[in-house]
Design a protein around this ligand. Sequence first.
Ligand code: PBG
Length: 325
Amino acid sequence: MRIRPRRLRNGETLRKMVRETRIDASSLIYPLFVKEGKGVLEEIPTMPGQYRYSVDTMGKKLEELLRAGVSAVMFFGIPAYKDEMGSGAYAQDGVIQKALMQTKRDFPELYLITDVCMCEYTSHGHCGVLCGRDVDNDETLKLLAGTALSHAQAGADMVAPSDMMDGRVAAIRERLDENGYINTPILSYAVKYASAFYGPFRDAAGSAPAFGDRKSYQMDYHNSREGMKEALLDIEEGADIIMVKPAMSYLDMVARIKERVNIPVAAYSVSGEYAMIKAGARLGYIDEEKIICETAASAFRAGCDIYLTYYAEEVARYIQEGKIG
Ligand code: PBG
């Protein structure tokens, strides 16, 4: 036999030498829930090991992340009050704005990204303002742009709209530019599907829609070309990075989009993915560490340049320990 594929699998040194996917902790982003209040440290029941922090309690976690080699976080806010207009999203003294100001001061080396959406702030739980029972796209754009600007003013290094309104990237770009934030990048959750994998997140943020669902703005998971349409549209509107979400069941989209676009592609391993691994591991059905390594490597193998995961700290540690990467 002249060709023996097994030849290159002989021993760890050789396997590492010919490895096709290299993972680096600088590609990781950790999503973090910041809740209004003081002394908050609440474990999220459907996401064991993940917490809601208040501004005064999150420092320890940020330190741990930095120590492990994770230098970017994505903030999600949980306000004290929700209203029809989601006003907590763009309030000067909103929970995210306060978190940004404090974190910029205490951890200047940390890169701060914010989720820009209304659903955590609206009393009805939808990702925009309502007109009757439908989300009013164009009215919502103004509030999203205002939210993104308030984040930039409070110290966000990058903003990440996740609402799936049409035209939001252009609206945000324009508002940021008018106010001098020409160098604040937009990471667009462009390829975001209406997914049951967000279930635990909605528990964590109390952001489940009070009626109906998100199918009039998030995408139907049967569609692939539509995801490409969203990605290309957002790039035209000025997105700097395109995100695919969820990750695990959507790696085909990561691969397709990576082939077609020339900007960085991010993949978000969402709350339900975390919860499944955690639950399986707790039951003793799967090996948590090995599954974390394999799922992370598969996202990078599919082509993502940036990976958001609740396991960011673990992934960074396993990279350091030579278990993946
Ligand atoms: C806000 C938002 C959601 C997630 C990220 N941004 C929830 C949703 O769209 O319902 C989900 C993240 C996760 O499940 O980990 N729109």
